[in-house]
Design a protein around this ligand. Structure first.
Ligand code: PLP
Length: 387
């Protein structure tokens, strides 16, 4: 097959399977009320769980006045600034770890950490529903990648019992990005210890959301850095910014600084961005934001139950409704859009075949009235089988 044929047939297949992905272009800053193509929309699909993406503009502007645009080079050459350093210290302290290392994105943090830690002959055991970046890191490492059934610790133990010579790395999301449920991190920690495996937890959706002041899953579960030795947090979700970090021991961070290729061979994020994050980092610690968020989650779930909507077992701000068929999920998303509500339809390959869903995300910045408006529209469309 020629390149042209491969490309056109892959595109045609995506269309035929109702898996075509499109982008909509925002004309306003991220938030609950946004403007898309001149139309006002109520947004229920961002990961901006604390409503911080629309804040901190003044902090960024002030940081840009000081640091201007570019960092000029990678961290190890001459791109590492006091602003990056201060943010790393603040993140380590907040999550309860000795040190933290900033990466430009969560994707790069995961790929870099796993591919630096695991090597040929090792094995990486991952939850079946882990984020794509975790799987990609394992593939890049050339270690043996095995996936255990979602949240199934017995299956994980079964995999661990099979003969293996190299080291073992166990990797899981904390809050699963497309399902919203929370991994049993204490049990994963116990299993890892019992089998001399290293545990890495991707807390992309838990940092800022879980625990007092949003400290993340380790402290929130009553665990220590010894229990969860490799912790990943992102700054693009609850913090409302951009970037990510790995937290761990002095040695782990030194090791990643030396060997994580997605840390070494890339330009450091602009110092202004790092410094600009510090304002939102202060805001994130206000527990009133999490109280409001948790009230919204409870309100949404109670309302969805009353209306018989296909809820999934999630206590987090990620509240998917399981639809199944990709075409129907897409049609529901479009019908909501026509009513001024934006909820994205998540389809394979992001989720397993036959499990297309509406991925609703709640933020502390929503109001009860807005959530009721969503619930009523969903009930209309799903229960009335209008779509
Ligand atoms: C979003 C996400 C990432 C990637 O983080 P970015 O900073 O957006 O690159 C990694 N892991 C999980 C579980 C995520 O949901």
């Amino acid at each position: 097959m020629s390149w042209n044929q491969r490309i056109t047939s892959a595109l045609q297949q995506r269309r035929d399977q109702d898996l075509w992905r499109t982008r909509r272009t925002l004309g306003s800053s991220q938030g609950v009320d946004i403007v898309v193509d001149g139309q006002s929309l109520l947004n229920f699909c961002s990961n901006d769980y604390l409503g911080l993406a629309s804040q901190g503009g003044d902090d960024l502007a002030a940081a840009a006045q000081q640091w201007a645009s570019g960092s000029g080079a990678s961290h190890l050459v001459c791109g590492h600034s006091q602003a990056h350093h201060d943010l790393e210290d603040a993140l380590a302290e907040h999550t309860g770890y000795p040190r933290a290392l900033l990466f430009s994105t969560g994707y790069m943090a995961n790929v870099g950490a796993i591919s630096a830690l695991a090597q040929r002959g090792d094995r990486v055991l991952q939850d079946k529903l882990n984020h794509a970046s975790l799987l990609d890191g394992a593939i890049l490492s050339r270690a043996d990648l095995k996936r255990y059934r979602h949240a199934d610790c017995d299956h994980l133990k079964q995999l661990l019992r099979s003969e293996h010579k190299g080291e073992t790395l166990i990797v899981s999301d904390s809050i699963f990005s497309m399902d919203g449920d929370l991994a049993d991190v204490p049990q994963l920690a116990a299993i890892s210890k019992a089998h001399d495996a290293l545990l890495m937890i991707d807390d992309a959706h838990g940092f800022g959301v879980l625990g007092d002041h949003g400290c993340g899953v380790t402290k929130a579960s009553g665990l220590t850095p010894g229990d969860v030795p490799v912790y990943v947090g992102t700054l693009g979700k609850a913090l409302g910014g951009y970037g990510a970090f790995v937290a761990g021991s002095e040695d782990l961070i030194d090791y990643l600084t030396q060997f994580a290729r997605s840390y070494i061979y890339t330009t450091a994020m602009p110092a202004a961005v790092a410094q600009g994050m510090l304002g939102n980092f202060e805001r994130l610690q206000d527990n009133r934001l999490r109280d409001a968020l948790n009230q919204h989650i409870a309100h949404f779930r109670a309302g969805a139950r009353e209306r018989n909507l296909p809820l999934m077992p999630s206590d987090s701000p990620v509240q998917p409704l399981l639809i199944g068929d990709s075409g129907r999920a897409q049609a529901l998303s479009q019908a909501l859009y026509q009513r001024g509500i934006w909820v994205s339809a998540i389809r394979p390959p992001t989720v397993p075949q036959g499990s297309a869903r509406l991925r609703i995300t709640l933020t502390s910045a929503h109001t009860t009235e807005q959530i009721d408006r969503l619930l009523d529209a969903l009930a209309d469309l799903i229960q009335e089988q209008a779509v």
